[in-house]
Every structure is written in C-alpha cells, then in structure tokens.
Design a protein around this ligand. Structure first.
Ligand code: ZN
Length: 494
C-alpha cells in the first residue's frame, strides 16, 4: 500500500518522482527518451494482463507512451509501429521483472527514421528461417530497415521469372577453400561437370521473398532490396554472357573486381529494368537500392559498344558512362514512383538529387555534402562496417581486416555541429553493414553484430552517442535476452 499511496500522492500533486540513475533506465534497450518512476515497488500481476491501448496523435510516427498503473497498463500510440514498439518495451520489462512491473511512465520516440542493418547474402547464403530470426531480433531492438544485398559477383540470390539462368547458374559456385575468401577467384560452374564438383549456394524463390516481406512488415521492418549494377555483376554475366562487353570472355575476364556489365548496349539497360520490375512487384512498399559502387570505368574503353555510346552521347570520360546508365535506371524507377537509393559513388557522378537517397559508405563528409541536395543514409566504413575485427585478430574469427571495437562504433556522431538545417533534415539515419566474405554461418553473423549493434542503435535512437559506461551496463542487461533468443554475441569481457 505504500506504493499505491506514494503514487497517488505524486499524481495528485502532479509532480512525478523522477529517479535518475535508477536501474529501470538500463533495462529497456534502446533506452526510452524519458522514464518517470512513480514508485519503487512492483505492481501486481493483474496489471500486466490489464492492457489498454489508446490512439494519441501526439505520439508521432513511431512514438508511444506507457503508463504502468496499479490496476492497468495504458499504452498510447498514433501508429501501429508505435504500438509495436510499446509492446517490445513491455516485453523487455517483463523479461526482466516478471509480472511485478515497477510503476512508471515512459515517453519514447526514435531520433532517427532509418535504423538499419545491411546483410550480404551473396557471398554467403542464409536460409529463410535464419533471415526470419535475424529480422525478429532486429525488431526486438527497434531496428526498422533490413538492407538485403541480394546480388553480387559471388552469387545471385533471388528468383527472376524472366531470367531463370540467374538462379540456375548464378546462384551456385564451386566451394573452394584454397585461399582466404577475398583472394579466391569465384568459379561458377558451367556445363556438364557441375554435378561432380562440390557446389555452394542457394537462392530465395519469389514465394519465399513474399513470405519474408510479410514477416518483416508484421514487425515494422522494411526490407530494402539491392540489385548491384553496373559492377559486382559476375554471377549475372555468367548466367547471361551477353551482358558483358564485346570481346570479354566472362569466365576468364569477368573476375571479381572487374565484373562490370556492358553499359554501351541498350539490352543491358533493358535487362536491369526487367529485373527491377519484378523487384518492384515483390517489394511493393520498399525503397529500391540500385548499387553503383566500386566500378572500374576504364574497362569500358576497350569495348566498341561502350565507345560508341560515349561518342553518341558526347561523353568526355568513361566515368560518365556509369552516370548515363544509372540515369536511365533511375528514370525508370522514378516513373514507378519508387524511392531510390544508391551507394555514394553515384553522387560523385552528379546523380544524387532529391529523389535519390545517397548511401554513404566512405567518408561521412560525402554524406553531409549530398544532404544539401537530397536524402542520405550514413554507414561509413570507419565506424559501421561490422565485418571488421572487434578485437585482436589472433583471438578473433577471421575477419576482412580493420579494427572496429564497440568503443569505436560508439564514437560515431552522425550530426556535426556545423551542419545546415536542410542537411540535418535530409539525414534519414544510420546503418551497419555486414559483408559476409568470412561469415559462413548465422551464428558468426550474430557474433559480428552483437554487441556492436547496441552502440549503433543507441546512436540511432538518441541521435548521438551518450555515456559509454551506461551503454555497457545496458548491454549486460540485454545478454539474457540474446541468450533466450538463441542469438550469438561476442562476450563483453573478451
Ligand atoms: Zn561495353
């Protein structure tokens, strides 16, 4: 009764007792924007079952309010996403406190709209069930964008009805172990001897993609599909060699890092438009990522079709060939009223505008410049490439290189002080990228993801890194949740 009395007193006086530094602030992750604790004792189990939902437009797009009262819990929200996030917060409170929840009031909403994780399923393939588990864990921590890297040189992972060879051929490769992954040559088997060789790969059927989109939508995660072009196209060119430049013997010349399709031929543009049409139908509400990174433009100078296009369109350099190729792809998607995203290299070619979001993986300064023109998502490699080592290489599983421990992730501040108001508004959010050269299992993906994803989410939810010591305490309190979900992580003490 002491609990009820103090609560009623606080309510009557309209001065909730705010206890900063209390444990409750560390229990829910990401930490809510505001927690007012009205009493220090738990309430009864009846209240946890007695849940009442109210629509309140003031909660905003993804925001919510929770009032845990002695007799009931009142959840206010404006949208289904807000309601879902309130439920996740309650789930975390119940996981920690059981049914004896502390009486409190939470007001919460994210600082950033785009709270993303990227997953490369081309270099290593993960099953539908594994992707669902990944999405479910994302949603538990209020991530809302899965950037699904479906096509790349080492494997094409999505069924395209018009081009069946993309998955019949492009989804499989010879499973070599002769050298470190990034230095092996990808060998996609052609011809009759395929069945005698050990193959690695897989792909998602269109029905499976629809199921993943539905599953993610239920959890307020948008799957953002990416189709790489005009580089990183080895698997596609193996399936359809006519995509390559004239004189390019794809099995020999179309190696990783040199795997640009021919942008001189109109058939190449048509191929990608056909593929994008199927993408657009499969992902009806998603922005579409059209790649555009790491193109070796000089390779086009040897091709008569590419040279002819340069002459026809009066282009001064081979770099401009990428610009005009991407311009046509973007024009097609704009006509379909689709949101479009591309890697920051296309901004260098002058293509970024208010309709194309620039995804910045190189220096953040490129993003701040692009944000003067249009939307930007920041995933700079210096802080947010989770394929890098998080400890000393000799004590870690093989990674791509670099060194991005938890502390380093938490140094990333997305909004510099001198940013203009326009640029600030155009920065949609941040994401971490998981390139899977060395991640052959989902357990390894999870190990690379956690705990670093907590640092990322704290920045995304609050707009800036805050207190590292508190973050560590919050992460410690989340480890039982990860264990209960059978989700792997790198131990904090390692
Ligand atoms: Zn060409």
């Amino acid at each position: 009764m002491k609990t009820l009395a103090s609560l009623f007193l606080a309510v009557a006086l309209c001065v909730p007792v705010v206890i900063f530094g209390s444990d409750v602030r560390n229990v829910v992750f990401p930490e809510p924007q505001k927690i007012e604790i009205s009493a220090d004792e738990g309430t009864t189990s009846e209240a946890a079952k007695n849940l009442r939902f109210c629509i309140d437009a003031s909660c905003g797009n993804e925001g919510y309010r929770i009032e845990i009262l002695p007799e009931e819990i009142v959840v206010s929200h404006a949208t289904e996403a807000g309601k879902f996030y309130a439920e996740k917060t309650l789930e975390q409170l119940k996981n920690h406190y059981g049914n004896a929840l502390p009486l409190l009031r939470i007001e919460d909403a994210p600082a950033m709209r785009w709270r993303g994780l990227h997953l490369d399923v081309s270099r290593h393939f993960f099953s539908v069930e594994e992707i669902k588990k990944f999405i479910d864990t994302m949603a538990f921590y209020k991530f809302n964008r899965l950037h699904f890297h479906l096509t790349d040189g080492p494997g094409w992972r999505i069924e395209i009805k018009k081009y069946p060879r993309l998955t019949q051929i492009g989804a499989w490769r010879v499973d070599k172990t002769d050298r470190e992954w990034n230095w092996r040559e990808t060998e996609i088997p052609l011809g009759g001897n395929a069945e005698t060789r050990k193959l690695y790969g897989g792909f998602y059927t269109q029905d499976e993609i629809r199921e993943l989109v539905r599953f993610a939508k239920e959890r307020h995660v948008v799957i953002v599909p990416e189709i790489e072009m005009p580089g990183h196209s080895f698997a596609a060119m193996m399936a359809y060699p006519e995509l390559a430049c004239a004189g390019n013997n794809v099995p020999v010349d179309g190696l990783r890092g040199k795997d640009m399709v021919c942008v001189g031929k109109p058939e190449t543009t048509q191929f990608f438009i056909d593929v994008l049409s199927e993408f657009a139908a499969l992902f009806p509400e998603s922005p579409i990522h059209v790649g555009g990174d790491e193109v070796w433009h000089e390779c086009w100078l040897d091709c008569p079709d590419c040279r002819a296009r340069m002459k026809r369109e009066n282009l001064k350099s081979s770099v401009e060939l990428q610009t005009v190729f991407m311009r046509d792809i973007i024009a097609f998607l704009k006509k379909q009223n689709r949101e479009i995203i591309a890697w920051d290299e296309i901004f260098a070619g002058g293509l970024s505008d208010e309709h194309v979001a620039t995804m910045v993986w190189r220096e953040p300064e490129l993003g701040y410049r692009a944000a003067e023109r249009g939307p930007v998502i920041l995933c700079p490699g210096e802080w947010l490439y989770f394929d890098m080592y998080q400890g000393k290489p000799e004590s870690e599983p093989l990674a791509i290189g670099g060194f991005i421990p938890l502390e380093k992730v938490y140094e990333f501040s997305p909004f510099p002080q001198d940013l203009s108001e326009k640029a600030r508004k155009n920065i949609l959010g941040i994401q971490a990228n998981l390139w899977t050269e060395n991640m052959t299992t989902m357990a390894h993906v999870e190990y690379m993801l956690f705990p670093r994803a907590f640092a990322l989410m704290d920045i995304a939810w609050h707009g800036a890194p805050r207190n590292y010591a508190r973050l560590l305490e919050q992460i410690r309190l989340q480890l039982p949740n990860l264990k209960a979900r059978n989700c792997n992580f790198r131990p904090l003490e390692k």
